[in-house]
Design a protein around this ligand. Structure first.
Ligand code: ATP
Length: 299
């Protein structure tokens, strides 16, 4: 369980993180989403005790990170895939970390297998690794101490589509076994397939949080009529705000039942009626992170 309460970071007059509050439950993957500069890394660095907060607090299983006696056994962290010593091989990086944490060295081989770094790759120096290989090594390092919590900052950066698919599987499996995962991204598509919950941050503030469905609730329904103009007229006359989509459908700001009833009363034949789809979530994300609140974004 990760608990973040009113976490704030000021750099001079600039507030990078502004009263951020959220919780990540065991058994779940939380996607921490926001555009570049939104405050994701600073929040994660504060959770991991690397940046002192100007206000608020963050705990993992009720304890601030810096008070954990052997943090690597509790929390696996990947904040910067390029932070590894470039002159060491992948196997050496993991071997040294295993020694520091008091982990059985046999875990090193297991983790190399898990992250798909083969014997040749494990013997190469990190300076020769691609960004994707560094991310894989970083994930191995984070999981080495068999922690219950993973905190990963943009782990998909540099991974190819197969790598992203692989990472989702690893994180899903970790959470399904009771682990808690917090992973950040600036790309909705990267996290929405694996995240149980999303925390969206913009301008240092949490602008939305919840499950995908919760975020989309209130963003309306997509509806398409045999006679689009008749349908639009009926909905507008009934006081339901609508916007046209490029493919001739409408997004109506009401629930499906209301839209269905209005259409039926007007004798408008419907060809499609469903919650606003992923396009809706993408649109919502863009609107939210442009600095508006959920209520304004879904109006
Ligand atoms: N050490 C620092 N000194 C001054 N300002 C900083 C410092 N670290 C971060 N910032 C500022 O804080 C804000 C948030 O940065 P942060 O790196 O947390 O964002 P982010 O969401 O992780 O973005 P990115 O995806 O680009 O890393 C930015 O405006 C950044 O310039």
């Amino acid at each position: 369980m990760i608990s973040v309460e009113h976490l704030t970071k000021r750099y001079g007059a600039h507030t990078a993180v502004d009263g951020v509050t959220f919780a990540c439950e065991p058994g779940t993957v939380t996607g921490f989403l926001g555009p570049n500069g939104a405050g994701k890394s600073t929040t994660m660095r504060m959770i991991c005790g690397l940046t002192p907060p100007s206000g608020g607090s963050a705990t993992v299983h009720g304890v601030p990170y810096r008070r954990l006696p052997n943090p690597g056994r509790e929390i696996g962290v990947l904040l910067d895939a390029s932070a590894q010593h470039p002159g060491r091989t992948g196997r050496e990086v993991l071997g040294l970390a295993a020694q520091t944490m008091g982990v059985d060295r046999r875990r090193v081989g297991e983790l190399l297998d898990l992250v798909g770094l083969n014997a040749t790759a494990a013997k190469r120096r990190v300076r020769a690794y691609s960004l994707g290989m560094r991310q894989r090594l970083g994930i191995a390092l984070a999981m080495l101490g068999d922690p219950r919590v993973l905190i990963l900052d943009e782990p998909a950066n540099g991974l190819d589509p197969e790598g992203i698919f692989w990472m989702r599987g690893v994180l899903r499996d970790f959470a399904d076994r009771g682990g808690t995962v917090l992973l950040s991204s600036h790309l909705l598509r990267e996290v929405e397939a694996v995240a149980d919950r999303l925390v969206v941050i913009g301008g240092g503030r949490v602008v939305a949080s919840g499950t995908k469905d919760e975020l989309l609730a209130g963003s309306g329904v997509r509806v398409r009529g045999l006679e689009p103009e008749k349908l639009e007229w009926a909905l507008t006359t009934a006081g339901v705000p609508v916007t046209r989509t490029a493919d001739g459908a409408l997004v109506a700001q009401a629930d499906a039942e209301t839209v269905g009833r209005v259409a039926a009363a007007a004798g408008a034949v419907l060809l499609e009626l469903r919650p606003a789809d992923d396009g809706g979530l993408e649109q919502l994300f863009l609107t939210l992170t442009a600095g508006r609140t959920v209520k304004e974004a879904v109006k």
